[in-house]
Write a protein that binds this ligand. Sequence first.
Ligand code: G6P
Length: 372
Amino acid sequence: SAAEKGGYDYFMLKEIAEQPKAVADTLLGRIDDSGSLTLDEVRISAAELREVDKVVIIACGTAFHAGLIAKYAIEHWTRIPCEVELASEFRYRDPILDPRTLVIAISQSGETMDTLMALRHAREQGSKVLAICNTNGSTIPRESDAVLYTHAGPEVAVASTKAFLTQLVACYLVALYLGQVRGTKWGDEIDAVIRDLSQISGEVERVLETMEPVRALARTLASKNTVLFLGRHVGYPVALEGALKLKELAYMHAEGFAAGELKHGPIALIEEDLPVVVVVPSPRGRSVLHDKIVSNIQEIRARGARTIVIAEEGDETVVPYADHLIRIPATPTLLQPLVATVPLQVFACELATARGNEVDQPRNLAKSVTVE
Ligand code: G6P
């Protein structure tokens, strides 16, 4: 009913708007007054966490994209090798698992059969499984050694939005906690990132306030057949998520690529007026990547692409090559997905509406897939 949707036309719009609160709620009570993480829920002892020599993340769909981003954070802050694998592929290749492997299963519903079967397989090999889940008491957390709940609240729209952002927050918390417990050389950076995370809800709110031009742009693209998405580093999984949202909601051909791979194939797809969304990393921090992406934007634009550029406020280098510029607040590199994903959700939702699609219940899809 309209009341359930809180005055929004679709649950998806409501859930997009709820993201600042969802992000804040997922942080709530997990950072103490001294700025340290208190993840009591992770009932795996500090001693055991110090022994971990490999992290394996398993998930499907949007949750898999959260896992891809988590890998960058986990490896950077903990120096533990981290693999991310589609749950449906995982157990069928006889993966190398032992008691020192920490498996993280990410699932909004906690009922996805592929993820459940993968975690059962991991536990049979003696690995510890930590679930990151949005649904209290669901099967995946019940069958795991520990669970870190995301506090996004119920997500009704089939296409995941607020659950994704809170999965990212939970992944960062786990990565920072592992870093804290193991005492890596990134101690000062970890403290700073914990402070930045506390600000991020407000940044997501600011992004939401500036989405009208993104909706207007989406409406002009309603008759297109294909949209490509490019990113690098954590912007690469963001590109994959942007493309997935467009497939799910707008039923358009959409693909995400690592921008560095452009020259190895995808650039052949560029033709006159093809919309290409590019997620630009911060010019601060990993500035080498930033400059390489700016070159990519120039290359595709020279070949006729219509460039839709998502870039940090104050990044002026992209201005000459952006047909459309979407601004996001400056954040630390690893946290950028929390703000960069939001315009892509709004973009896909508006394109679906413009194409007359059912936003909350896309054809052929289910919110939770309980068969393998
Ligand atoms: C389905 C949904 C997706 C979701 C995926 C994984 O395919 O349509 O939105 O990302 O399942 O779901 P989970 O509940 O495990 O996160």
